[in-house]
Design a protein around this ligand. Structure first.
Ligand SMILES: [Zn+2]
Length: 552
């Protein structure tokens, strides 16, 4: 009896206490809201009056900052940022202040609905003051972290604009000694041709297309300067693939090497530079007959309702590398990485779904271009449990062969840097830009889990393939800053399933049996990984689990 009474009293005591607490908190919030409204009104008055005196602006800024630890911190920080930003043109100090406040809001209150707005304001502020690279990093971060936020479409649009500007613009280069051209080569497929100019170091270039004149065809030309052309590379090399007729190279004057591409049919072209080794890559797209494009339309991504429909199964996101205007690696026979990765992805998806009962999504299901950061965004949006990006290697030496699996981190060896540079080529910016984004987002990445997933997938790949194919080389688990893995909120790996530049592996990569073996190996690796995670986390194995081989 007594004890029950005590419980009652205690309950009553706590109820009163909770009520008082709630009332106090309510009053507090009320008071905060009033102070915020007051500061907003003052800001409004300033915007109308536009006083030149910085003092009243600072006062309003301080009013907002006084609420930076309140329950309305996100709104206070955002409005403080806005106040400082209004003064950014007049005062570098206020500009820095605005940037700092937006950064703080985005970093410390990532769940606030204003976090993406803050990041967007920060990116735009950065862009307005001329740092396009830093702005591109911030827009990328926004797209990856807040793929469904209302600012994401604007960030995507601005990123695309920045990318286009960077591609068409000549990059400033310090004058240097003449750089030797070391190789000029080409590869092609139907409607597509790539010419690569390899140089002994970075070299400045200008390029343009010239319309057909008289009996001279349409041409693309590149002037490299200061550069020199060894005699063995001078002259014309016929191509005749339906896109390009030939490529010609000559020492145009003392300091300039001119490379001319005589065009047969051209619809578009792009010029990019890559490092390790330094090279200029000219991608040329021909005209595709209108009838051929029929039936190639891409399936639309699943609706949110569809996505939310399957919550029981564990979700795997498969990313077939490259696509559309980004072919990835190409070998001398015109085999393109983007085609191999898509074929493999479809096999892997089928195996994971039918044999192992996973829910699987592909970042692309046809030959379409998807920016690298968008792929991670898709995985985050779909709340994938595991992200696997599929790629094919290429190297300058045809002897290099083997299989390697990467997870996201800073590159340490030259090989790791080379792989990252090649796979990141479709994005704007240099490796150091990407490393900067990575440092920024490192805390959000599941690096330990990704390393474990990479280890298990690599082990399965090597064992399964070595049983069926001679001389399968294990290049091991590696780490590198791949943009496609940055910002993924789930364990994420990138598998390089062979070298297109190696004759033996190139043959395998175009063989469906090999791709099926690779798909099986990766699927089993994923299952092995998911099994141990499930045990560790005390979670059930995937729904609809069936023994291997029982599927239809
Ligand atoms: Zn690739």
């Amino acid at each position: 009896m007594n004890s029950r009474l005590t419980v009652c009293r205690l309950t009553a005591f706590f109820a009163v206490f909770v009520c008082i607490g709630a009332a106090m908190a309510g009053q507090q919030t009320d008071k905060t809201a009033k102070r915020l409204a007051l500061a907003k009104a003052r800001l409004h008055n300033l915007l109308v009056a536009q006083p030149a005196d910085p003092a009243p602006w600072r006062e309003v800024l301080d009013d907002f900052l006084a609420l930076a630890s309140s329950p309305l911190a996100d709104r206070a920080l955002f409005l403080a940022g806005r106040t400082a930003e209004y003064q950014a043109e007049r005062s570098p100090e206020m500009r820095a202040k605005a940037a700092l406040l937006y950064q703080r809001l985005a970093d410390r209150l990532p769940d606030s609905r204003l976090a993406d707005d803050a990041l967007f304001r920060l990116a735009e502020l950065t862009l307005r003051h001329g740092d396009r690279r830093a702005a591109a990093r911030l827009f990328t971060k926004l797209v990856v972290l807040f793929p469904d936020g209302d600012m994401a479409p604007h960030a995507r649009r601005l990123l695309e604009q920045l990318r286009r500007t960077a591609q068409t613009e000549k990059r400033p280069f310090p004058p240097k000694q003449k750089v030797a051209v070391t190789d000029i080569r080409h590869g092609s497929t139907a409607y597509y041709s790539r010419v690569v100019i390899e140089t002994a170091g970075p070299v400045r270039y200008t390029g343009d297309s010239l319309p057909p004149r008289g009996d001279r065809p349409q041409r693309l030309y590149l002037d490299l300067t200061p550069a020199r052309l060894p005699p063995r590379l001078a002259g014309a090399t016929p191509i005749g693939d339906g896109v390009l007729a030939r490529v010609r190279a000559a020492q145009h004057d003392r300091d300039t090497v001119r490379v001319v591409l005589d065009v047969e049919r051209l619809s578009d072209y792009a010029i990019n530079t890559l490092q390790d080794p330094d090279r200029i890559v000219i991608d040329v797209w021909g005209k595709r007959p209108a009838a051929a494009s029929k039936g190639e339309r891409c399936a639309t991504p699943p609706s949110l309702a569809e996505q939310l429909g399957h919550t029981g199964a564990r979700r795997i996101i498969i990313d077939p590398g490259h696509g559309g205007r980004d072919p990835g690696a190409i070998n001398r026979y015109g085999v393109q990485e983007k085609d191999i990765t898509l074929r493999l992805a479809k096999r892997l998806a089928a195996y994971l779904e039918r044999q192992q009962g996973y829910e699987v999504h592909l970042t692309r299901t046809c030959d379409t271009y998807i920016p690298l950061e968008e792929r991670t965004a898709i995985a985050n949006r779909l709340r994938g449990d595991i992200f696997v990006s599929l790629h094919v290697n290429a190297a300058a030496s045809p002897r290099l062969a083997g299989i390697e699996t990467y997870y996201l981190s800073l590159a340490e060896t030259d090989d790791e840097k080379r792989a990252a540079a090649a796979e990141n080529a479709a994005a704007e910016g240099t490796l150091s830009d990407i490393e900067a984004i990575l440092r920024d987002l490192m805390l959000n990445s599941k690096i330990t889990e990704s390393a474990r997933l990479a280890t298990i997938v690599q082990r399965h790949l090597v064992h399964t393939l070595a049983e069926r194919y001679p001389a399968v080389q294990d290049l091991g688990v590696k780490k590198a800053p791949f943009i496609v893995l940055i910002g993924a909120k789930m364990p994420a790996v990138l598998a390089e399933i062979g070298f297109l530049s190696n004759p033996v592996e190139a043959r395998r990569l175009t063989d469906d049996q090999y791709l099926q073996a690779v798909a099986t190996a990766i699927a089993q690796g994923v299952t092995a990984y998911a099994g141990t995670t499930a045990e560790q986390l005390g979670l059930a194995p995937p729904r609809r689990q069936r023994p291997p081989g029982a599927g239809g």
